[in-house]
Design a protein around this ligand. Structure first.
Ligand code: ADP
Ligand code: MG
Ligand code: MG
Length: 339
């Protein structure tokens, strides 16, 4: 019997369009002799679109409005064997949708509530990974109320890290709201931008030199495996939104040109992180490699990484001999596995 799969895409975060691009790739790749796939696009307002509107959104690459209340539609998800929540960022990758699906009793691709929510929040991730002995940059947390009531305390915390430093909303992706702050006079603007997008903001020391950015894919549940290591090269101050999504601005190198010992450290640390965060199914774990000092610092864990046929995560596993369609088939299998 064919497995019935519900593919969720779009969603309310700044990565709505990225999700729809990934969904088109996955729809084209799940083998039709094994799967019956129904896509449902979630509008930017968080409502689930009926079939004709979903089709229209997949074609146009965006759904600003429309659709029904989530709780009304989730009941109709009951007939599915599994859900593929191909959603990035808050309200999709952060445990909210995973909680809904858990309550509804439907298996789904990727991490559960705990792994999703902890990995989404850059501060919680750093706390958990520090206790697992993983090297990271120095950081501080600030919350919006402090910034409103005692801004000098927040400025002092930033100064402890030294300049330049990075200011980031704790729960976001695609570099949205992130600033590299070169001098103290740029700090307030960066904090206002980040607090406009999140109640929690992370301040991070910059790596001692401009880092090399290396990434590795993890696949599996309780016996996860690591892909070869990849590297992103680009010509910009840092890997910002424009560099990420402007065609031709960043180049992927797979495998990364690294000493084998460094690549092995990347894979081992990524597997440790995946387990420490209670991830499942898949994750892309991103690192900074400071060539000058040999430091390897874990930057972040993405529990639903970009998933078009040309995205880093599928390309890393393609290099390991797993085609895109074999990869998505494996992910559905992992969702159905007893844990
Ligand atoms: P996102 O989840 O939005 O991708 P990241 O934490 O990965 O956010 O930051 C985006 C980019 O900013 C990184 O890929 C890197 O280029 C740069 N960056 C972020 N933090 C640091 C840091 N502490 N030191 C050096 N570069 C950083
Ligand atoms: Mg991210
Ligand atoms: Mg990143």
């Amino acid at each position: 019997m064919k497995k019935r799969i519900l593919l969720l895409a779009g969603g309310q975060s700044g990565e709505h369009e990225v999700s729809l691009m990934s969904a088109r790739s996955v729809l084209g790749a799940l083998p039709r002799d094994q799967f019956d796939v129904t896509p449902v696009v979630i509008s930017k307002q968080g409502r689930w679109l009926p079939p004709t509107e979903t089709q229209r959104a997949l074609e146009s690459g965006e759904a600003a409005t429309g659709g029904d209340l989530v709780l009304h539609r989730v009941a109709s998800a009951e007939g599915y064997d599994a859900v593929f929540p191909l959603l990035h960022g808050p309200m999709g990758e952060d445990g909210t949708v995973q909680g809904l699906l858990t309550l509804a009793g439907i298996p789904f691709v990727g991490s559960g509530v705990l792994g999703s929510s902890v990995s989404m929040d850059k501060v919680m991730t750093k706390q958990v990974l520090a206790s697992a002995g993983i090297a990271q940059v120095e950081w501080r947390l600030a919350v919006r109320r402090e910034w409103q009531q005692t801004p000098d305390a927040v400025r002092a915390r930033a100064a402890e890290l030294g300049f330049p430093l990075f200011v980031k909303p704790a729960n976001l992706g695609s570099s949205v709201g992130i600033s590299k702050v070169g001098t103290p006079d740029e700090l307030d603007g960066a904090l206002n931008l980040a607090f406009g997008l999140d109640r929690r903001v992370i301040l991070e020391a910059m790596t001692s030199h401009k880092p090399r950015e290396v990434e590795v894919g993890i696949l599996g549940n309780d016996a996860p495996i690591a892909s070869p290591v990849g590297e992103l090269r680009f010509d910009a101050e840092f890997y910002d939104y424009e560099t990420k999504y402007t065609e031709g601005r960043a180049i992927m190198h797979i495998p990364a040109l690294l000493p084998p010992e460094v690549a092995a450290r990347v894979q081992a640390a990524a597997l440790t992180a995946f387990r420490a965060l209670d991830c499942a199914g898949l994750a892309r774990v991103d690192f900074f490699y400071v060539e000058e000092t040999g430091e390897l610092l874990l930057n972040e864990v993405n529990t639903m990484p970009g998933f078009t046929t040309t995205s880093m995560y599928p390309k890393l596993f393609e290099a390991a001999g797993l085609s895109y369609s074999e990869l998505v088939t494996r992910l559905v299998g992992l969702a159905l596995e007893e844990r």
